[in-house]
Design a protein around this ligand. Sequence first.
Ligand code: ADP
Ligand code: GLC
Length: 502
Amino acid sequence: GQHPSGLSRGVKPVAEPLRILFVSPEAVPFAKTGGLADVSGALPEALRRLGADVRLVLPLYRMVRQAQIPMAALDLALRVPLGDTLLEARVFEASSAGGLPVYLVAREDLFDRPHLYGDGRQDYYDNLERFSFFAHAVLRLAEALEFQPHVVHGHDWQAGLIPALLRYPYRTSRWVGTAASVFTVHNLGYQGLFPASKLPLTGLTPPEVFHLEGMEYFGKISLLKSGIAYADAVTTVSPRYSREVQTPELGAGMDGILRRRRSALSGILNGVDYAVWDPMRDPHLASAYGPQDLSGKGRCKQDLLQRMGLDPSLLERPLVGMVTRLDVQKGLDLVLAVLERALDLDLGFVVLGSGDRAMEDALRAAAGRHPGRIALSLGFDDALAHRIMAGADIFLIPSRYEPCGLTQMYALRYGTVPVVRATGGLDDTVSAFDPATGEGNGFKFSPYTPEALFAALAQAITLFGDPAAWRRVMDNGMAADFGWARSAEQYLALYRALRPGG
Ligand code: ADP
Ligand code: GLC
């Protein structure tokens, strides 16, 4: 009814907070190989700020131990099924900067290894065992804590069994049996494929799950498909990617099941954690700067040139940066194809990357031919990633496909103008600069060809020669707000829609 005083209008009976079990194979600051870790570090915090009771669960890898984050052993030993055996798991609790409870599932023989999923040449041979164990451990943990989630939200193939486990063996569980499941696809390229003979290890029975509408994928088990097939809601990390994944071109063989599940499918754009990615308070930079005063950006550029052994005269010329996993996804073949011609545009290149050995070799050879003009750092280096973000003038992302992409959004905040291929989240976040209207925050190209990339880069270089126009495109980028609040609201709305009783 109507209240006479405006003050009490907001006072409705307070609903119980939404309880969310957030399950990810990586999250900053615990363990990271890519953007998923940035998302899983920030989104749960953003949800918590909106009033949800969120708990994050991750495996306790060696990388987590090495991060030396304070954590305490919980006084419980989980008994976790793996096929016919029960294995014990210990659990540690840490808390994030924002006070979010983070649970780390420990089992040394499975997770105390030099890498997360494999050594860069090969995946670990027992990844099915590792992540089946993890999926069961997550649900057993909720039971042991007597935490009754409204929603279990899993990310990528490593969490893909969870929706199927909730549908079948845990359906009658007092604590998790009523939970709805959300599954987020961060990248269709990683499908979690395993021989069908391993299915009994998961605790699921073949007739129930091993078929076209379940987790069968061309005769194998796909844990990614399991998540897609069984979750109550499936999301991708940008709206455009949610449409692309339904096409044969970008569906990676999953487009059929994704089309059949389209009423449960939606795209929610990732956000940026501006506590970590903001040049006004970035501890890695030689100088802070922001839209009001860009002089610090010049100092960052000078510092970067010096650290990377680049020609000091590049201070006045455009410097193109890349920070990327070296994977076919990321379009390095286009870059290698235009590199020599691009150098004729009188620019410098700085590349930080790690991954595929053949790509590393090709980049090393190119850099070797152009000392002072091309600088290369191979490896994973968070501090350098921040320094390139700040010190470069142009940030290049020529991806073959890109589910969302975070670095273009970081680049925008750092006043580093993105040149991107118009695909997935890159297309959703970068708008082409139009000199006539002064609108737009970057440059885009569509065909996956060296010519198209070259044309977009050349356009950017030309604009760079016009300081006022360049300042305009930088300002447009720095003014954009891709903070998590909006996306977190969209996830909450999705969770609420799934919650029994609304
Ligand atoms: P993806 O997850 O496909 O790799 P994103 O753009 O979503 O792409 O996220 C990449 C994240 O990983 C960013 O935080 C980026 O800075 C970081 N990153 C990628 N490669 C490296 C590297 N070699 N060293 C340090 N950070 C990297
Ligand atoms: C994946 C995608 C990337 C996305 C990230 C976080 O690694 O490749 O586009 O930004 O996940 O969602």
